[in-house]
Design a protein around this ligand. Sequence first.
Ligand code: NAD
Length: 359
Amino acid sequence: MGVFSAEAFDNHEVVAFGNDAETGLRSIIAVHSTALGPAAGGCRMWPYAGEDEAIRDVLRLARGMSYKNAMAGLNLGGGKAVIIGDSRKHKTPELMRAFGRFVDTLGGKYITAEDVGMSVADMEVVAGETKYVGGLTTGQFASGDPSPLTAHGVFVGIRAAVRHKLGRDDLEGLTVAVQGVGHVGYKLCKMLHQAGAKLIVADIYPDLVEQAAKEFSAIAVSVDEILSQGADVVAPCALGAILDDASIPKIKAAIVAGAANNQLARDEHGEALRQRGILYAPDYVINAGGIINIAFEVEGVKPTRQEAEKRVETIYGTLLEVFEKADAEGRPTHEVADAVARARIAAAHERKIKEFRAA
Ligand code: NAD
């Protein structure tokens, strides 16, 4: 498979391949669009079965970041990086440094951060080689771990979905089934619990489930049963592609709203949810809290927690607009969000071209 002929290729501006024989680095950076600003998005380290799989992933993830940043109203384009390898076995400080040098070769067109298989500590090592990195814990504008603000955004997004679908402003007594109680899911559970919601949780790690059961009086169920619980809201906070032909018919909740990236296995599953009367909060809209927080760091601003939360809370209004437009047009919510994001990117692209010609 080539890049230009790949199914996931969407006129990405740059796709760069980085190799470092000494450290074994094999990495791909995809810049989908810089129309709105430098392309920002995390780096994922994963033991891809082959290059084609890595190319497909990085292309899809980069486009997702363009849409996410556009919908969050950020002056950031979309990009992503992948490193081929098992983070538990192959990740070394030398490899991270080689990756940092690779990021630097793009001269700021792409700004990296943490994603699956990467930690804040890894990004600190990357920062030794390039300034084009966010989500750090040290430095004047360091924004730290993005997951608390991602969870905050998902929480306000669930409130928006409940407002729209159930006509309520509070979560008191509602039941939320949370799939995955990791960095984001656990923090989300805490906020939901404090808001009076009842919780059902599942995770592949029993210790996390036990802790959530103890701390939030959550009911624990198996990973195979979590999506089909008799809950008001299902919040996927684990991996992607979980909304598919098998799971959608079993969903009893009126709302699906969670942090996981790429929740729809295929685009048509957005329509399948709509047909069943299930309100779906497009993943890249509801889970933008982390990148909204990183954007402050990129802008060279150090907000208070309250200021950061306030900007993240714009997710509430953005989602309501998407839900209302989707209802009015009889279309699935993800399709409406995609169209709005694409229009914003296209308008910014036009502006850039005009400015370029005028200069
Ligand atoms: P994490 O790895 O800390 O947590 C994910 C949890 O899901 C883990 O505890 C894992 O054991 C569990 N899990 C995996 N498969 C499962 C299954 N089949 N059933 C139930 N649980 C399962 O990751 P995270 O940082 O909390 O991110 C969660 C999701 O949100 C990911 O899809 C991520 O891409 C997305 N996301 C995260 C952020 C962020 O700020 N961390 C931002 C945007 C999007």
